[in-house]
Design a protein around this ligand. Structure first.
Ligand SMILES: Cc1cc2nc3c(=O)[nH]c(=O)nc-3n(C[C@H](O)[C@H](O)[C@H](O)COP(=O)(O)OP(=O)(O)OC[C@H]3O[C@@H](n4cnc5c(N)ncnc54)[C@H](O)[C@@H]3O)c2cc1C
Length: 333
């Protein structure tokens, strides 16, 4: 076994995903530290210039399975291709982003290879052994996992913890190995017919991209119809503070914070929430934070991106009205 680090790439809309480029940067950093090269694997439909894009980012080698039948993720087929490739090459470390594809594919491959897999890591450290750092206890603690078993180690990396390094890059072309056509597609037990977007009403808040968080300021259960309407307009999952759970507006699994869940949405809209530390602990990884609060002095306004001072009973209906007007305008055009 050599010391090579491998990364599994993904594409969306015929482009390599940003998380895959960030994964290459992470792979490069580790490859330098462990004294190996960096190899990328792409399974999917052919992408123009992929060897240059991947090479310029730092991969030395690229294995390509690119054909039309692979344009969407077929679990068993992707697993077979990757397993066959890895079992012959035996790299030191294989990483994929913990996206829905990476989180499905990597356990399948790890099971076939009997290789240790650490999921949802926020960091991998190279030392005498590889150290995989991952959140535990709902994000309140970090666990360090070391796999002592010999052979290839595997990891999925939380895409939110990956960043594309800002650096000057010399154009380079990765050495490409074109893999033969994917065979064995006939006997598959799973046939993917399409993808459905997750329902914002039922999705786990820790997975949601948009969250409408409600607090004591929402008042009573009667106001929940307005909250639901707002959430539906912006495609948000509803979560909230402990008081919202205590009065029975929300079930406990929707509580955010120290004794609730840690969330990492792209957008969180906080309505009638004072911003107590026990709550804000759960939203540290939210990207854009917006708050509506009647009290200008409220602590919630101290660490957010956009604040709206006002009574949510007036502000929310106005936002809904505005969204509806924009949608009508869009339809009319
Ligand atoms: C050990 C421990 C663990 C805890 N764990 C958690 C936890 O996991 N999660 C959690 O959330 N809390 C937790 N708490 C409770 C926490 O300390 C706060 O009490 C709680 O977060 C406050 O919730 P809130 O913001 O909804 O209510 P409040 O602090 O009462 O704030 C309500 C806000 O609504 C605003 N408001 C009122 N009416 C309106 C209106 N009409 N329009 C707009 N704004 C309005 C007010 O100005 C106010 O800022 C914990 C406490 C302890 C001691």
């Amino acid at each position: 076994m050599d010391r090579d680090v491998w990364v599994v790439l993904e594409a969306e809309d015929m482009k390599i995903k940003g998380s895959s480029f960030a994964l290459i940067d992470e792979g490069k950093r580790l490859a330098v530290q462990v004294g190996g090269g960096l190899t990328a694997v792409f399974i999917g439909q052919g992408l123009e210039g992929i060897n240059e894009l991947v090479g310029t980012h730092g991969a030395n080698h690229l294995y390509l399975f690119h054909e039309e039948t692979l344009h969407q993720y077929v679990p068993e087929l992707y697993e077979r291709l990757l397993t066959q490739l890895l079992s012959g090459k035996k790299p030191y470390l294989v990483m994929a982003a913990a996206t829905s594809l990476g989180s499905d594919l990597m356990p399948r491959v790890a099971a076939k290879l009997k290789a240790p897999l650490v999921t949802n890591c926020v960091e991998v450290r190279a030392g005498e052994d590889l150290e995989f750092i991952k959140p535990a206890q709902n994000g309140r603690l970090h666990a360090t996992v070391i796999c002592k078993a010999p052979g290839t180690k595997m990891a999925t990396i939380d895409p939110d913890s990956l960043t594309i390094a800002k650096e000057e890059r010399e154009p380079r072309i990765a050495e490409v190995t074109e893999m033969g056509p994917a065979t064995g597609g006939d006997g598959l037990s799973v046939r993917v017919t399409g993808f459905l977007k997750a329902d914002h009403r039922t999705i786990d808040i820790s997975e949601a991209e948009i969250i409408l968080a409600i607090g004591r300021g929402v008042g009573s259960k009667e106001n929940f119809a307005m909250i639901r309407e707002f959430a539906d307009r912006i495609g948000a999952a509803i979560g909230g503070t402990r008081p919202a759970v205590d009065v029975g507006i929300l079930p406990f699994e929707r509580q955010i914070g120290q004794t609730g869940k840690a969330v990492s949405p792209k957008l969180i809209m906080m309505c009638g929430i004072s911003g107590a530390m026990e709550f804000t602990k759960g939203i540290e990884n939210a990207r854009t934070k917006v708050a509506i609060n009647i009290d200008r002095q409220s602590r919630v306004f101290k660490s957010i991106d956009l604040g709206i001072v006002g009574d949510l009973n007036r502000v929310i209906p106005q936002i809904i009205e505005h969204i509806d007007a924009m949608v009508d305008q869009g339809k009319a055009q």
